[in-house]
Design a protein around this ligand. Structure first.
Ligand code: B3K
Ligand code: ZN
Length: 846
């Protein structure tokens, strides 16, 4: 397979000005008529025109209305090459035949669950017609679709509807679209869309530019959604919501994803990427925009906590493994493999840093300039950087390194208080770890928001800081600041604060202003102090997490040495005081009493030990549940929601806290608590509470668990999205030997390997059980290895997502390493392996 490099980018020799498409949808094959108006970039161009085309049958080919002769074109399995072209502009008419009914890759044009659907990003358009399939070809399109009216009553395409009507033989056609949403979509998705439209106008001054906007739900879809202009397509799980079939988390995800796709209209469609390496230009920016949107619609600190947890649990491990790549990758074999947490989530952190450095109004100025300069263009990450810089006259020194250097920087801080001089110093040092192809790194530009707490727990006023041989004043409209943003740009660097009356407790990296791993010399007492007092809610939560991580790592080491596990009282008291603090936001409490995830702890170990990490996390949960049983029980009783479900902030908070408490109680092997969970299950008026009760009951194997799981299936079997949750719950179970149960579920009548959501639930879910996926006998690895090979024949994109679970195999003990490696080798040896899986598997072994 061929690797494609950023450094090899060349402008196209030919531009396409206009493209007219006509689809004749059929039951055996579909015919696509394309008429392309071509113009050479440079007058008198003699270069051949190379069109991409995969799995296409060429029916006819005309240039300027004349059939092209055999000598003047060449077709192979990837390209159609045309030579002896007219000089100057010309038209190209091509008729292509495709088989959407046989297309299980869900890329290009495919038919599934009775619908025709397209997916063109990143390189799927070449599976529909012969085309220069690259993002810098920006043409005007018209699109006509013809199909059987009874089978395909609704025909939707991009842009405004020009014309629609009837044809003979009960066929109809449309040159665009009609609004058609099912009623339950209308409520929450429509609410989300309207909110997103208003938000973008208010916050960025960006308006929608067409008369129509369609939201379509598709049950068989590889990703979450796709931002096709005026025709956003969604995986149905990210659109369809009713209280009985979607949880609060689903409602929140829908809000975010509807927003995300809508926001792409400006950041992605009107201004797009020059080439796919620039993907984060639109994705990092649009994720940032959807995060901000969700923050404004709900609780900002809680949203931030959730986003940072995702970054730590998924992006940090990626950045530390064999698939580590910069926010702007340097090369790829299959672009689809680079729709990653690094490009999306770390990319969003990079955009957030501009805002941290420039402030809200400076950031807005930068965005305004970006659109002013680049509306209608295909551009690069440098163009975005330049707009931010130029609009503000800003000095960003080496900021661009965030786009080119992979790996999570480590930032270390050492503090010192001088009681005589009344100065407080913070010494920063940074290190960016080596990653594949990048052994040596430069220091990064790290914005660090900082506050200093006095012994009264309040922020000290900060007036000046001595840095780099200069005294810099810190002020907030003339007033001393409570939080300041330090710019750490060197390998080692010191900041000294003046007029500090007592030794402060520093609150470093408030709001998590940079995607780094922070180490500091804060003591446990300092962390407890921050947990109780920090005015920055994110750092309050963070202090608790740092304490919990330390505790968990210590217990893991006790476990490995066969020492008895003991939970210290101070930690229990800390959790108790948060749980019982009625002044706190309930959703914040839920986050603050939740332990760091198993993946996060594994990621911090020299050799990852899944059994120990799982045992320790379960032990702490159980101990806390036992010690705080009354408080947790009261929390459940006091936070049941009212009869009618509403996705409103007040009720959402109550459910978040109640469900977290119930989860703790479910870990106890206690008949009374099981009754409680069963009661919650039976009396729930919405899926959020019902499913949380099911999750609580799922923890203890036995008759009750089996009966409730069966009951849930019987009642909700017609709701396929809910049944996917039911699959996932069982797949993630830590019951020893669960792999056999998961194998059986593959034959369940509701399972279907061709539906990505089902695969993500059952097979993806299984990878979530540390003890079973990493089982010492290799049964988990073998299960996944076999499935990847099977899946690859159906849908390479989905298979490739599944194989990535193996990529960090070197993090485990030798026995597990050998078992995982054997699976990767087996996969690579499979016949007809896709490039998608090949890329991940081979890079994992390298
Ligand atoms: N841009 C699409 C993702 C396309 C994925 C291609 N394999 C969805 C999004 O980010 O909104
Ligand atoms: Zn996106």
């Amino acid at each position: 397979p061929k690797e494609i490099f950023l450094k090899d980018y060349k402008e196209p020799d030919y531009f396409f000005e206009k493209v007219d498409l006509n689809f004749q949808l059929g039951e055996e094959t579909t015919l696509v008529f394309s008429k392309i108006f071509v113009s050479p970039r440079v007058e008198g161009c003699l270069a051949p025109l190379v069109l991409d085309g995969v799995d296409l049958k060429l029916i006819s080919l005309k240039v300027n209305g004349k059939e092209v002769k055999g000598d003047d074109f060449h077709v192979d399995s990837r390209h159609l090459t045309l030579s002896s072209l007219p000089s100057g502009k010309f038209t190209l008419e091509i008729v292509t035949e495709i088989c959407p009914q046989k297309n299980t890759s869900l890329e290009g044009l495919y038919k599934s669950s009775g619908n025709f659907c397209t997916q063109c990003e990143a390189e799927g358009f070449r599976k529909i017609i012969f085309y220069q399939d690259r993002p810098d070809i920006m043409a005007k399109y018209t699109c006509r679709i013809e199909g059987d009216k009874s089978l395909y009553p609704v025909l939707l395409s991009n842009g405004n509807l020009i014309e629609e009507g009837e044809l003979e033989e009960s066929k109809q056609y449309a040159e665009s679209l009609t609004q058609n949403l099912d009623p339950c979509t209308r409520s929450h998705a429509m609410y989300s869309l309207k909110a997103a439209m208003k938000w973008d106008e208010d916050v960025f001054g960006l308006e929608y530019d067409l008369d129509l906007f369609n939201v379509v739900a598709v049950p068989d879809f590889n990703m979450g959604a796709m931002e096709n202009k005026s025709l956003n397509i969604f995986n149905s799980k990210l659109v369809l919501a009713s209280p009985e079939t979607a949880t609060d988390a689903d409602y929140a995800a829908i809000l975010g994803v509807i927003g995300h796709e809508f926001f792409h209209n400006w950041t992605g469609n009107r201004v797009t990427c020059r080439d796919w390496f620039q993907l984060s230009l639109k994705e990092g920016l649009t994720v940032f925009r959807d995060q901000e949107f969700s923050s404004d619609m709900g609780s900002r600190p809680v949203k931030r906590i959730g986003d940072v947890s995702t970054l730590r649990s998924y992006q940090f491990p990626q950045d530390a493994g064999p698939m580590a790549h910069p926010v702007r990758p340097h090369s790829y074999i299959k672009m689809d493999n680079f729709y990653t947490v690094t490009v999306y989530e770390k990319g969003a952190e990079v955009v957030r840093m501009y805002k941290t450095l420039l402030g809200a109004s400076g950031f807005r100025k930068g965005m305004d300039l970006y659109f002013k300069r680049h509306d209608g263009q295909a551009v690069t990450c440098e163009d975005f950087f330049a707009a931010m810089r130029d609009a503000n006259g800003a000095d960003f020194s080496n900021f661009m390194l965030w786009y080119s250097q992979a790996g999570t920087p480590r930032l270390n801080v050492v503090s010192n208080y001088n009681a005589v001089a009344k100065t407080y110093s913070l010494k920063f040092s940074q290190e960016v770890p080596p990653t594949p192809g990048q052994p040596i790194k430069e220091p990064m530009f790290i914005p660090v928001a900082l506050g200093l707490l006095g012994s009264d727990g309040k922020d000290m006023p900060l007036s000046s800081v001595y840095h780099d041989g200069k005294l810099e004043s810190i002020s907030n409209n003339g007033q001393p600041a409570q939080t300041t943003v330090l710019r750490v740009t060197k390998k080692e660097e010191e900041f000294v604060f003046n007029d500090i009356p007592e030794r402060p407790v520093p609150s470093i990296l408030r709001g998590y202003t940079a995607p780094v791993r922070l180490d500091s010399d804060l003591t446990d007492a300092d962390l407890h102090f921050l947990l109780a007092n920090d005015s920055d809610e994110f750092n309050r939560w963070e202090a608790g997490q740092v304490l919990a991580r330390k505790l968990m790592l210590n217990l893991v080491s006790d476990y490995q040495q066969n020492k008895p596990l003991v939970l210290n009282q101070q930690f229990i008291n800390g959790v108790k005081s948060i749980l019982c603090d009625s002044s706190l936001d309930k959703e914040f409490i839920a986050k603050a009493i939740t332990l760091p995830g198993e993946g996060e702890i594994m990621d911090m170990m020299e050799v990852a030990d899944p059994d120990a990490v799982h045992a320790v996390r379960s032990f702490i949960r159980k101990q806390l549940a036992a010690e705080l049983k009354n408080e947790l029980h009261n929390t459940v009783k006091n936070n049941r929601t009212s009869e009618k479900y509403e996705f409103d902030h007040q009720n959402l908070l109550r459910r978040a806290l109640k469900n977290t408490a119930l989860g703790y109680l479910g870990s106890l092997e206690d008949a009374e608590m099981r009754e409680l969970a069963l009661h919650e299950y039976k009396t729930a008026t919405n899926l959020t509470e019902q499913f949380a009760a099911l999750v609580a009951l799922d923890q203890i194997p036995g008759k009750v668990r089996d009966e409730v799981l069966a009951d849930f299936y019987n009642k909700l079997q017609h709701e396929y999205l809910v049944i996917n949750k039911w699959f996932a719950l069982q797949a993630m179970s830590n019951v020893p030997g669960n792999v056999e149960n998961v194998r059986k579920l593959l034959d369940h009548p509701a399972f279907d390997m061709r539906n990505p959501n089902k695969v993500y639930s059952l097979i993806g879910g299984f990878r979530g059980s540390l003890v079973n996926f990493h089982a010492k006998d290799g049964s988990g690895y073998k299960f996944l290895g076999e499935l990847v090979v099977q899946l690859d024949k159906i849908n390479p994109q989905v298979a490739s997502r599944m194989v990535s679970a193996f990529s960090r195999w070197k993090r485990y003990d030798e026995m597990r390493q050998n078992l995982a490696k054997a699976q990767l080798e087996m996969i690579l040896a499979a016949n007809g392996l896709s490039e998608n899986v090949f890329e991940i598997a081979s890079k994992s072994l390298a």
